[in-house]
Design a binder for this molecule. Structure first.
Ligand code: NI
Length: 255
């Protein structure tokens, strides 16, 4: 079944039909979902939510746009959430030089602190990196050795993707791969092994074609898997089964 490795179901865009939508996932071929926090305020919400749904797990971490909320006290409080059940990763964390909400120095500081936290907890990391290719790679080389994780919503060159794969990381592929103008990502998917790819929505954002621009949700991953199957000359079933195994291995979730 489909494994959505990265979703944001605490988002207010799901307030009206969250329960109904999540309860329809199994019948739409979605087996598991990792619900990912972004802001400090979202961390506890995300962890609470996954306790209600047997097929959901949580990732706790602060997105680079939101690291302004972090100080030693909030960081310590966030850390306590890892004592709760079903928290399987640190994320999403990284660098975002597109929005540039915080200085690069502050972003790097908290990115590194959260990588160190993942090492301490022996958990995988979910990396957000936008227009910060070189700095992200530098930090992952210096602080990411031995860690498992996903380069989420991958948007850089295929050469760099291959380098991350060599370092043992997975490449997160979502709705963008179905966009007509996503030539670079399509080439990356063609070239890296299926064993290095995990599926993700980043919902409510980045819905695939034919829902581009609409609210995204995990069942739409079907279109992403179909696109990957077409690009790699594989069956849809093979793509879903292998990426599910990849995600289970990544998060240490056994059936
Ligand atoms: Ni995300």
């Amino acid at each position: 079944m489909i494994f959505d490795t990265h979703a944001h179901y605490d988002d207010e865009q799901f307030d009206e039909d969250r329960r109904e939508l999540l309860h329809s996932m199994a019948e739409n071929g979605v087996g598991r979902i990792v619900n990912v926090s972004a802001s400090y305020a979202s961390c506890a919400r995300v962890v609470d939510m996954v306790q209600e749904y047997p097929f959901m797990y949580a990732a706790v971490g602060i997105h680079p746009d939101e690291v302004g909320d972090l100080n030693e006290e909030t960081f310590a409080r966030m850390k306590e959430l890892f004592l709760r059940d079903k928290v399987v990763a640190v994320g999403e964390i990284g660098l975002d030089y597109y929005w540039d909400n915080e200085s690069h120095a502050i972003q790097k500081k908290w990115f590194i602190r959260q990588l160190e936290l993942a090492r301490e907890l022996a958990l995988p990391v979910l990396i957000h990196s936008r227009e910060a290719a070189a700095d992200t790679m530098d930090i992952m080389k210096e602080y990411g050795g031995g860690l498992k994780g996903v380069i989420h919503c991958y948007s850089y060159s295929r050469e760099m993707a291959k380098e991350y794969v060599k370092m043992g990381f997975y490449i997160g592929v979502g709705g963008v791969v179905t966009f007509k103008n996503a030539r670079k990502l399509k080439e990356t998917v063609e070239e890296i092994p299926l064993e290095a790819i995990v599926l993700e929505t980043d919902c409510p954002y980045l819905a695939p074609v034919p829902f581009r621009g609409k609210r995204n949700h995990s069942a739409y991953i079907r279109y992403v898997a179909e696109e990957i199957a077409g690009l790699k000359g594989l069956t849809y079933e093979k793509v879903v089964a292998q990426t599910e195994m990849n995600a289970e291995k990544l998060y240490g979730i056994v059936r």
